[in-house]
Design a protein. Sequence first.
Length: 103
Amino acid sequence: MPITVTITQTIKKPKAKKPKRFEVLLLNDDYTPMEFVVVVLMQFFGKNKDTANTIMLKIHTEGEAVCGIFPYDIAQTKVSQVNDFARKNKQPLKCMLRELGGI
């Protein structure tokens, strides 16, 4: 009498890791006009005028503000675009990224 053996194998699918996220920040300085900051927020971060004004005031009063949260490649591109735009317009505005902790 033949013996039948059934083998079952459980294959675990690897969980896809969520990409790290980065905050893109604008930093306050004593020279860049507030109107220029509003233009940057609208042009590079898609903010409407009211939201851009609110973020600009936060930058002005608190020294910095988050303009958006993105995966690294997009965040780095935004930082480069804003810093290049500021330099081309002879403004000292600085944009930087910061990794979000725990995400």
